[in-house]
Design a protein around this ligand. Structure first.
Ligand code: FAD
Length: 337
């Protein structure tokens, strides 16, 4: 009986489409959902909301999806939490899934709490680990807690679906498989695309090369940079390393750099291969956004700075001396045949 129930379990991923293109986390989460579904005998569905998809949704089958549900509507051109919540709640109420996963991105962190409230269930935000518990069929949702000082594992024992947002780049991209599936275009009541929110427009930030959550290298600066133009050095270093620029909150508050660059509790959570922190003390709020980076290098003139506790490489000294030398050295290396 238990097996029969489990074989029907549905695992849903709320994908993210940016200007028609699938964000990398669609594949990442499809792969993770596949792994979870396999351990519970379930099936994986990815939902894509967009005004017009510029990519073939079938590419997600090779990442683990059995079904891709595509909802295209002009009102989805710009992010609208109300419409996304309406559409997702409508689909998920009909499908009654066991698990729903989404990215812990700006839009995921905005839509999913509203969606969880609408579905009258719980939500674990910013997960860094997800496993199915075999005996209970429950999703074990692990995330850093208390400013990152402990890892908490959270369950949703009595409500469904079990919902979690996942920090981008937490799980490896799945290897491509030969899996085939179905693309569905579900009917949505037109009234669900109506919103009390008026979108006045979309202004491109100065993120340049893209979202720091998608990057292998993030070079971040804090108050130790002293002045807004201190970011010039960081941009140069980031460009040489093919990465993006991050920042601590005070320098964003001071308008030295735009909010999309802020890393931390009230900014973005990044998990790059390399995170370089220059002139950042390492507050718990900042570290909540970067401590899952694979390798952390910190530059700080204070040997007692807390950032050194999480750093794999600590450079204790003046960043105005260290950064130009580092940039020059990398340039030299690049010039070598
Ligand atoms: C609810 C809440 C949410 C928050 N969210 C965030 C968040 O999302 N992200 C975030 O970052 N903060 C956040 N904060 C703020 C956080 O508490 C810290 O104030 C902030 O992270 C400190 O930023 P900082 O490291 O740039 O500055 P500071 O703590 O002032 O550190 C500057 C560092 O630069 C070093 N330095 C100075 N000059 C040099 C030099 N020439 N060479 C080398 N090193 C030098 C200093 O030794 C010092 O360690 C939040 C706070 C609260 C209360």
């Amino acid at each position: 009986m238990a097996d029969k129930r489990r074989s029907k379990e549905k695992f849903f991923v709320v994908g993210e489409v940016r200007r028609g293109r699938l964000a990398p986390l669609c594949r990442e989460l499809a792969g993770k959902a596949r792994q979870l579904a396999d351990s519970a005998g379930g099936e994986v569905t990815v939902i894509l909301l967009s005004d017009r998809l510029a990519e073939d949704p079938e590419t997600l089958f090779s990442s683990g999806a059995d079904r891709v549900m595509v909802v295209e509507h002009p009102s989805l051109a710009l992010y609208n939490q109300e419409i996304e919540t309406n559409v997702l709640a409508f689909l998920l109420k009909k499908e009654n899934p066991a698990v729903v996963l989404a990215g812990a991105t700006t839009s995921g962190r905005t839509t999913l709490p509203a969606l969880a409230a609408r579905l009258e269930t719980g939500l674990t935000a910013d997960c860094t680990g997800l496993e199915m518990e075999e005996e209970t069929g429950q999703l074990l949702q692990t995330r850093p807690a208390i400013g990152g000082n402990v890892m908490a594992t959270i369950r949703t024992p009595s409500h469904r679906p079990q919902m979690a947002t996942v920090r981008p780049r937490t799980f490896p991209l799945p290897p491509a498989s030969e899996r085939q599936g179905e693309v569905l275009f579900p009917w949505i009541p037109p009234s669900l695309f109506e919103s009390r929110v008026e979108n006045l427009g979309f202004e491109e930030g100065d993120e340049g090369g893209g979202n720091i959550q998608d990057m292998d290298v993030v070079v971040s600066g804090g108050k130790g940079l002293k002045r807004p133009d201190g970011f010039g050095m960081l941009r140069e270093l980031a460009a040489l390393l093919g990465g993006g620029v991050g920042a601590s909150r005070p320098v964003v508050d001071a308008k030295w750099i735009d909010y999309p660059h802020q890393v931390g509790l009230s900014g973005k959570v990044v998990a790059p291969k390399v995170y370089i922190a220059a002139g950042i003390s390492g507050s718990v709020q900042h570290m909540a956004g970067m401590q899952t980076a694979e390798f952390v290098a910190a530059i700080n003139r204070d040997p007692e700075a807390p950032i050194f506790r999480v750093a794999d490489l600590g450079l204790c000294g003046d960043l105005f001396e260290i950064l130009p030398r580092l940039i020059e050295r990398i340039r030299e290396e690049k010039r070598k045949p």
